[in-house]
Write a protein that binds this ligand. Structure first.
Ligand SMILES: [Zn+2]
Length: 827
């Protein structure tokens, strides 16, 4: 199945102008398929010419072009040839389309809590033909006029404004033009809450069994939505153009959220079925603002082809964090960016698979898919922060508004954006883009300091890399109590390869810490002088400013990944400073890195001791009297996930019975504890089945799948393997991922090693099962804990297989890169 190539898209875009789609869906046709009647009106610039339509139906019943029946048998490789086009055309298609179980196309979900059925469509980037026949490329925009027949108790949502016109019959007004990848429909017996702001109707929607969660979260979600609309309307000349604004929380969603115009879809975990940390609330607010920013960047003005993903994602990411920080109550958004989001990007930018923010020459959508990564999001946003710092807000937003005015309801490329910014700012934005957007990798900023006694004689900041930077430099002293205090901070402009002298420091007293990239304005690794690093090891938790602590923890993480700080040194930092930490974003990020990424840097016999140290730090934090709820939750999760011995297992049972440290265990925490107990061999199938029956739901179903795969028996492993790779693997995306996550959690060499070999023998075939299954099996199931030269050799041999699909190859290549690093550090 050939994915669309850029050259084909270009030809088709020159030939066609799509006016609009009229779609009528029949959602009452059973469990397997839905009916779809599509009418497409479009113009052709060269009458007589031909092209093709993209469609992936279960059955193509009829295709009628300008009144002439086409032969359905001509459909091949998901394409229907169209010939003899007129200047104006009408194409009618009658199809059955298959429901998806992997979140690709129209996903169907049966709620384990009450048996209700829910549907939602995911069409990006090239999945729309799974939902309806179309010309599926971003620069063929059309209007959408939707109607649907559904069971009587359902609500149907679409991109446009709709209503129920008769029992089970829904009709929608035509939308403004947008790209096919942004189409959605959400349906089921939804629970909904409505509001309005500044003339915009607002709606929140979720499964009926999560009604209490939606009602509890509604006010905060509406508040962030209102605040973000107000700020976006201040920044942009163009008002929100897509009518009402619905936000639907849906099950088994593969991403955080999707920016469908007028109907954004979120992973329903963001409804917080159990109490969240402050970090999770902050992140959700950022995602809400991110998707709203997409209504302009992405939906109003859309990339022409997928190599400009960054024109969508980096802007939405930058504005998502900025707006959250500026106008919502979540003022620590940039700390989360520094310690979590950027780490995702820094890792991606140091792998062999790294690429420029603005990629060039991506021919197929399949290749571009791999670039929905930490580079397009975090690094792109960091680059924009640099650009805004350099140009100033006024010139930046003047350029953006001009860009919107020129391309509204159309498409644009990087070059067009740079031209506008150059015109409004009078600066060499193209030169900036060459160095920031067309290069890959991370620069390093090093401090070189000389002293005479207690006086600094000279200092310079030495950049190693290819980009200009505008960074902060922080100078810290210790006060009388030994607490770090900021003495001074100033901005430094760095040109590539040219050390910048710091005259502010010459003759100044010796500092406890000199911190490059203070304030985290740039995208760079930092290296401190020896005395500054000593201050970090002794004082890290005592720095007043949380962003400074976040930058320093990220620096420590980077040292571990580069083999410059042994894992034991990082664990020392954790033991000394995490129990005193006051921000749950930092606590969660540090524990997550230590458990999921750093443990493979250790030999297996050292891992148990390391986990015991992590659990110890978590307990110390929990024992503090002043800790707030989010902090306690983050620590409790770490205590549960790192429970290793018999004593800890007994304690988990106690917590399951009566709560822990004054916290009643939520469904998520209960299942995390049960998965640990299963992995430790303390509980078996009977207990898992009983817990599942006691409170059925999506959390329980996924928890049970994870726990069963985690049981340390040969039978359990074989059963899990059958689910992952066997014929009957009709598991949904979420359950497949859950099984994969549980699999390696138990069993020593004898139990696991045979599966390492089987993994590399069987995983190449997973590519044929689509992008989402490839990710589950290529990433979640990758044997990252087996960081040995033998595993590495097997992994590298698989990468040499030239039949791998591009999606699976990219997923595996990233994992192999991490494995190479882990194997090298473990030594
Ligand atoms: Zn986005």
């Amino acid at each position: 199945m050939p994915a669309l190539q850029r050259s084909e898209a270009r030809t088709r875009a020159r030939l066609l102008k799509v006016h609009g789609y009229t779609l009528d869906l029949d959602l009452t046709r059973g469990e397997t398929v839905f009916g779809c009647t599509t009418t497409i009106r479009f113009a052709c610039a060269e009458p007589g010419a031909g092209t093709f339509l993209d469609l992936r139906p279960e059955t193509l019943h009829r295709a009628v072009l300008n009144g002439t029946e086409l032969d359905p048998a001509t459909l091949a490789d998901h394409r229907l040839p169209l010939t003899g086009l007129l200047a104006e055309n009408e194409l009618l298609l009658v199809t059955d389309q298959r429901y998806s179980s992997t979140g690709e196309g129209l996903h169907r979900y049966v709620d384990p809590a009450d048996g209700s059925v829910y549907l939602y469509a995911t069409c990006g980037p090239d999945l729309a033909p799974l939902a309806f026949p179309c010309f599926d490329q971003p620069d063929l925009k059309g209007t959408f006029t939707l109607s649907a027949t559904a069971p009587a108790d359902w609500t149907v949502l679409g991109n446009g404004t709709g209503k129920q016109v008769a029992e089970g019959r829904w009709e929608f007004e035509p939308t403004k033009p947008f790209s096919t990848y942004l189409f959605t429909v959400v349906a089921g017996p939804l629970h909904s809450v409505h509001s309005e702001h500044d003339g915009i109707p607002l709606g929140l929607h979720g499964r009926r069994s999560l009604a209490a969660d939606l009602d509890r979260e509604a006010e905060e979600l509406f508040e962030v939505t209102r605040q973000s609309f107000d700020r976006l309307h201040e920044l942009f000349d163009e008002r929100y153009p897509f009518g009402g604004y619905d936000q639907a929380f849906v099950p088994e969603f593969n991403w955080g959220a999707m920016e469908n115009p007028g109907c954004v879809v979120f992973a329903e975990q963001m409804l917080f079925h159990s109490a969240p940390t402050e970090a999770e609330r902050t992140f959700r607010a950022m995602v809400v603002a991110h998707e709203m920013s997409h209504m302009w960047f992405g939906d109003l003005v859309t990339l022409r082809w997928w190599d400009d993903i960054w024109l969508n994602e980096s802007f939405a990411e930058y504005l998502g964090f900025r707006i959250t920080d500026e106008v919502t109550r979540f003022r620590s958004a940039w700390s989360g960016f520094a310690i979590k989001r950027k780490g995702w990007g820094y890792d991606a930018d140091q792998r062999a698979t790294t690429h420029p923010i603005a990629a060039e020459g991506l021919e197929s959508v399949a290749e571009a898919m791999g670039n929905f990564d930490g580079i397009s999001y975090a690094k792109g946003a960091a680059a924009l922060r640099q650009l805004v710092a350099w140009l100033g807000d006024e010139a930046f937003f003047a350029g953006i508004n001009e860009h919107f005015a020129r391309h509204r309801f159309g498409n644009a490329e990087l070059g067009e954006f740079l031209d506008v910014l150059t015109a409004t700012s009078g600066r060499d934005v193209r030169g900036w883009a060459e160095r920031w957007l067309r290069t890959s990798g991370v620069d390093t900023l090093r401090l070189a300091v000389t002293h005479d006694g207690d006086t600094i004689t000279a200092a310079e900041l030495v950049p190693d890399g290819s980009r200009p930077h505008l960074v902060g430099l922080g100078v810290f002293d210790l006060d009388a109590d030994g607490k770090p205090v900021l003495r001074d901070s100033f901005r430094v402009e760095l040109e590539p390869g040219t050390p910048a002298p710091l005259p502010q420091l010459a003759g100044a007293p010796r500092a406890a810490l000199l911190l490059p990239n203070h304030g985290d304005l740039s995208w760079a690794k930092i290296r401190l002088d020896e005395a500054s690093w000593r201050t970090v090891t002794e004082k890290l938790s005592l720095f007043e400013d949380q962003l400074t602590r976040a930058v320093l923890w990220e620096h420590a993480r980077d040292l571990v990944r580069d083999g410059e700080l042994p894992p034991s040194g990082y664990l020392d930092l954790v033991a000394a400073h995490l129990p005193g930490e006051t921000v749950d974003t930092i606590v969660d990020a540090v524990f997550t890195f230590a458990r999921t990424k750093m443990l493979p840097y250790l030999a297996p016999r050292e891992r148990t001791a390391a986990q015991a140290r992590l659990a110890g730090a978590a307990r110390e934090l929990l024992a503090r009297q002043d800790t707030e709820q989010g902090l306690r939750l983050a620590a409790l999760r770490a205590a549960v996930d790192n429970a290793t011995g018999e004593r800890e297992a007994a304690e988990l049972e106690e917590w399951l019975g009566g709560g822990a440290f004054g916290i009643e265990l939520s469904a998520e925490l209960r299942w995390a504890a049960l998965v640990r107990l299963a992995a430790l061999g303390v509980i078996g199938e009977d207990r898992i089945a009983a817990e599942l029956a006691a409170e059925p739901g999506s959390t329980a179903s996924e928890g049970a799948a994870r726990a069963r795969a985690a049981l340390p028996t040969a039978e359990a492993k074989e059963a899990a393997w059958g689910l992952l790779f066997g014929d009957g693997s009709g598991l949904s995306n979420a359950l497949l991922t859950a099984v994969a996550q549980g699999f390696w959690q138990s069993g020593g060499e004898e139990l696991q090693l045979p599966y390492v070999e089987r993994y590399f023998a069987e995983v190449p075939a997973a590519g044929e099962r689509g992008d989402i299954v490839s990710r589950a099996l290529g990433a979640a199931l990758f044997p990252a804990g087996w960081s040995t030269p033998e595993t590495l050799a097997l992994a590298e041999a698989v990468l040499a297989d030239d039949t791998l699909t591009p999606g699976l190859r990219r997923t595996l290549a990233d994992q192999v890169d991490d494995l190479r690093r882990a194997t090298r550090i473990r030594g």
